[in-house]
Write a protein that binds this ligand. Sequence first.
Ligand code: PAF
Length: 293
Amino acid sequence: MQIVEHAPSLAPFHACALVPTMGALHAGHASLIKRAASDGRPVVVSLFVNPTQFAAGEDFSKYPRTLEADRALCQAAGAEAIFIPSVTDMYPHGVDAANAQAAALKLPLVATQPQLEDAWRPTHFAGVCQVVAKLFDMCQPAAAYFGEKDFQQLRVIQDMARREGARWKNIVVHACPTIRESDGLAMSSRNRYLQANQRENALGLSRALAAAQECARAGMDSAAAESEMRRVLAQHQLEVEYAVIRAPETLLPIEKFQPELKSVARALIAARLDGVRLIDNASCAGAISDRGG
Ligand code: PAF
């Protein structure tokens, strides 16, 4: 497996399958790499903790950096190269200038309208779009793989790639399922922040999603499913930022009865456990109907 530090050395990997990451890799990332490898293209994994997607006061400086373990995981999962650019290579004019450039980007509507991550982390998707666009420019991949765990991010990147079709030769953005621990906790690099005594309460997210799915199966409406999610989250001492049922494409509230959305309505949660921010989501296969529908 090659270690690439500078973009020009990526030339032999153009038309690759790209798995963009911030490192601190876990089994969820391994599944993305394996899925990418199974599609038959050489896999490049980028490892870059992107400063422009963190707001002041977020966890940029304490974000886990585990390069040796990441390298081994990438190799074992079948990557042909890892790309580990420096902050200076990515943002030659400095991070402040990059932040200003990010703020001027025109983002897809799904990055600004739903009032989910966009409301709680208002500068986040500008930084994500900026870095993912740079990675696409540098690697020129034929396909890229993102986890459904960050569902709004996935939708934002899909729409950005669609909008900029010609720039990235109609790159295909693949959505890959969330990988969970055996007890249901969605895998995340940030799970390392959880203390042993918080681990049980962190299960409140996957349990709340299961409760929403149960409401869907029982034919309840989305308002009832949302209040059931909040009840389960409160039982686990989780401080809710949002716990909602949304249309899977736009991530907007489901207002009217739309039978075509019934099988795929998305339940999305962000909640805090003593300052540790956790997100999770799931499709509500079943019969979530509109409010009062
Ligand atoms: O999901 C992540 O790890 C990051 O947001 C991404 C897509 C690699 C951009 O930095």
